[in-house]
Design a protein around this ligand. Structure first.
Ligand code: GLN
Length: 484
């Protein structure tokens, strides 16, 4: 059962091959067996099975939606009523939200089952899932390696077939980069496509939720359920959600693929480059045309992001003060001392580093030099994409500069860690959608992802382009040997 895609599981559930309860307990058992992957922070077996039984009743009474009875894993950044939501931090080690995020509510309304909450980098800050208070997540393709981050637990849950699908969030690459490093499909939708209500904020102008699945077809199914306007999130856009499934099979003849030279320049691993070039060649065989494009400012995306994202984070994280919710230092002299000790003890190193950088960039005297400059640069980076999309329909390149690296390899060198997002970050700065799909392996057998970037709100095309590739290749069906 665990090797099936969501689309296949829907068929099986309806044909009565298995019940949602059987399916759900199978995944829960696998998660228990694969505990050393550390993919989950919270699992509530009884509550989960209760949901599965309710789904089975709905299926019997023909009151079912497409996703009824499908178990899904959720990144621990989404608030869930009656369940812990830690965001990977000691600061929220005891936090139970009084309400659920819109994304969670939407899946609940569809009858999907919550398998558990997945491990993640603390407050979604990281590219290796090593900053979690709950310990690192291990990559199932090689357990000494990182799964990528920050949605590492979600990526591993799908890669190791502990869940047929999962949710993630992407502020600078956190859906696409772990998808690439774990050999799964991960879609970051356009900014405003999916509601951020109840999703713990990291950098509000960049954060966006999306699906992580085996296939693009499954990603289409999950996005269909997640997308749409929400009056509780003023940045969600009131725009009709298209029928993503209906567009999947469109022909790719004449599709213009933009190839940015800068994405293949120095810093890209040669084996990754070879895999990505072979994937693009596959598209050429399907009738697509390749066009050279320029993204002149994208080499500045990483420094631009590392001013803006910490600035927003330093403001967003000011709410964790020991007064309202979560951790509070046990001993303190007075209110100020309580704040200081709570934040000193509650936040990890990387989160503190970001708060300090952000506070610095926003302080008077430095604001114009850093924050304002970065905002202007953000506009230039976004304009580059607008111009590129006059010449092409989608842009292709690598998702990450290398494959999964060893745990501990980059922890002492934040800049080399930050550079892992060199190809993903400009997409967040521009607010446009992008997907990472499995495209092959390096010589060590580690997965490589192909990134496909689209126009604002053109998710349907990305899913179509990804789906057609998955019909002529089977990289997305490969799973780690130890898990069979
Ligand atoms: N790795 C990037 C960071 O640490 C992106 C994280 C994310 O997308 N949430 O900021």
């Amino acid at each position: 059962m665990h090797t099936k895609t969501i689309t296949e599981l829907i068929v099986g559930l309806r044909a009565g091959e298995f019940s949602s309860e059987e399916l759900t307990s199978h995944f829960l058992d696998r998660t228990q067996q694969q505990k050393d992957l550390n993919a989950f922070i919270t699992i509530d077996r009884d509550a989960t099975l209760e949901q599965a039984r309710a789904a089975d009743r709905a299926l019997k009474q023909n009151e079912a939606n497409l996703l009824t009875g499908i178990p899904l894993a959720h990144k621990d950044i989404f608030c869930t009523e009656n369940m812990l939501t830690t965001c990977g931090s000691k600061m929220l080690y005891n936090f139970v939200s009084p309400y659920s995020a819109t994304v969670i509510e939407k899946f609940n309304r569809c009858g999907a089952v919550i398998l558990g909450k997945t491990n993640m980098d603390e407050f979604a800050m990281g590219s290796s899932n090593e900053t979690s208070y709950y310990g690192p997540v291990n990559n199932p393709w090689d357990r000494d390696r990182v799964p990528g981050g920050s949605s590492g637990g979600s990526a591993v849950s799908v890669a190791a077939r502990l869940a047929p699908g999962a949710t993630g969030t992407d502020t600078g690459g956190s859906i696409r980069q772990p998808a690439s490093l774990c050999g799964i499909t991960g879609l970051k939708p356009s900014y405003g496509r999916v509601s951020r209500f109840g999703m713990i904020a990291f950098a509000s102008s960049l954060d966006q939720a999306g699906p992580m699945t085996q296939t693009a077809e499954d990603a289409a199914l999950l996005l269909q359920a997640m997308a749409g306007f929400d009056e509780r999130d003023s940045t969600s856009v009131d725009k009709t959600v298209p029928d993503y499934m209906a567009e999947l099979d469109n022909d790719l003849k004449g599709l213009r693929i933009g190839i940015p030279k800068i994405f293949f320049a120095e810093g890209l691993d040669s084996e990754v480059a070879a895999v990505v070039e072979a994937a693009i060649d596959e598209y050429r065989k399907m009738g697509a045309e390749l066009v050279d494009i320029d993204l002149p400012n994208s080499s500045l995306a990483v420094p631009c992001y590392y001013v803006l994202a910490p600035a927003e984070a330093s403001s967003n994280l000011s709410r964790f003060d020991g007064v309202r919710y979560g951790y509070r230092a046990e001993e303190y002299k007075d209110l100020n001392d309580m704040y200081t000790r709570t934040r000193t003890q509650g936040f990890g190193e990387e989160v503190k580093r970001r708060i300090m950088i952000g506070t610095y960039a926003l302080s008077s005297g430095y604001y114009d030099a850093y924050y304002l400059k970065a905002q202007k640069l953000r506009r230039l980076i976004s304009n580059d994409f607008d111009q590129a999309f006059e010449q092409c329909d989608v842009i292709m390149g690598p998702t990450a500069p290398g494959t999964a690296f060893k745990q501990g390899e980059k922890t002492d060198d934040p800049v080399s860690m930050y550079l892992n997002d060199i190809y993903t970050i400009s997409v967040n700065l521009a607010g446009i959608p992008a997907i990472s799909i499995p495209a092959g392996f390096d010589k060590q057998g580690l997965p490589v992802g192909l990134q496909i970037i689209g126009r604002y709100f053109d998710e349907a095309r990305l899913l179509n382009v990804a789906h057609r590739y998955q019909q002529v290749t089977d990289w997305h069906r490969q799973m780690p040997a130890v898990e069979r």
